[in-house]
Design a binder for this molecule. Structure first.
Ligand code: SIN
Length: 306
């Protein structure tokens, strides 16, 4: 039987009593969806699923983003929707993307159809002297919105911001990443887009701060100085310790997190000899903004409590 146990931090719950290698019942999936809106980060421990099952489970949440042209060879063979995030090198060739996500961001805010969830399964986790390394850190942008000063909420109530895929590449290259700069053709693949600064979360109904340090480059309609000051204020506000949570991985964890209400970063605190290997699907927020998808979740809730 499905069991959802929240932790005692601002985000995070453990989900047990399901087998992700098999299809979840509609009622269990609806409960998972609700928990995602409530706790933001869900860990399913002891689910060492392979790429095909990861893809099937992930597709339940929405459309899957295929890997971009520049990293096509860093994924599961024959499955462009399953990327490999890893520092493992086999026969002199990196099998995955070594430094994916190693700074604060929210995936796919650079898309017109924004991101909804990431689903990762841990295959190798670095451990040094008994300490697990390579955590994934999160920040709760819904709790952070609630605590914003009223003046900031009012000033930005109807504002939109520009998100640019290239920005995260620049941040990583400035930090010493070996990844090449994006080509003009790659930039055209994912041109900048605008989204509201504050978004209503489709599951929880609460407002979230929907700008992030990785991809948001400007608040539209503000003078460049005010835009930069406002973004820096919002970034510092969200990154306060009270909104943060870290997931320390075990092999076989499947982690699903809600991009709409969180930011995340992968912590690169391990060496090239300490191996980390994750398989990942990135899911778009196409289905979650459809009323029918959410209605199914609320109908299941009504049925369960009848
Ligand atoms: C990501 O940003 O999707 C990667 C997170 C991780 O590897 O911990």
């Amino acid at each position: 039987m499905l069991r959802i146990e929240p932790g005692n931090a601002t985000l995070g719950a453990r989900v047990t009593g399901v087998d992700l290698g098999r299809s979840l019942s509609d009622a269990d999936f609806a409960a998972v969806l609700r928990a995602l809106g409530q706790y933001g980060v869900l860990c399913f421990p002891g689910q060492p699923i392979e790429a095909a099952a990861l893809r099937t489970f992930s597709a339940r949440f929405g459309g899957l983003q295929a890997m971009s042209s520049g990293v096509k060879d860093r994924g599961e063979p024959g499955m462009p929707e399953v990327s490999i995030l890893s520092n493992v090198v086999e026969n002199g060739r990196p099998i995955g993307i070594p430094d994916a996500g190693q700074d604060w961001h929210t995936d796919m805010t650079y898309n017109r159809v924004m991101g909804f969830v990431n689903v990762l399964v841990a295959k190798k986790v670095p451990v040094r002297n008994g300490k697990v390394l390579g955590a994934t850190e999160f920040a709760n942008t819904q709790a952070a919105y609630e605590d914003l000063p009223a003046g900031v909420k009012a000033r930005l109530a109807d504002a939109t911001a520009t998100h640019d895929w290239n920005n995260f590449h620049d941040i990583m290259r400035r930090k010493g990443s070996q990844r090449p700069a994006l080509t003009e053709a790659q930039r055209r693949e994912r041109p900048p887009v605008s989204h509201p600064v504050f978004l209503t979360h489709p599951i929880s109904g609460g407002k979230v701060i929907y700008v992030n340090p990785g991809f948001t480059v400007a608040i539209n309609g503000l003078a460049p100085d005010e835009s930069r000051t406002m973004l820096d204020f919002l970034f510092a506000h969200v990154l306060q310790p009270r909104y943060r949570y870290a997931h320390h991985w075990s092999v076989g964890d499947v982690l699903v997190w809600d991009h709409l209400g969180t930011w995340h970063q992968a912590v690169g605190d391990y060496t090239a000899e300490e191996h980390r290997l994750m398989k990942r699907c990135q899911v778009l927020a196409d289905k979650v903004f459809e009323a029918a998808f959410l209605e199914a979740a609320s109908r299941e809730r009504a049925d369960a409590s009848a």
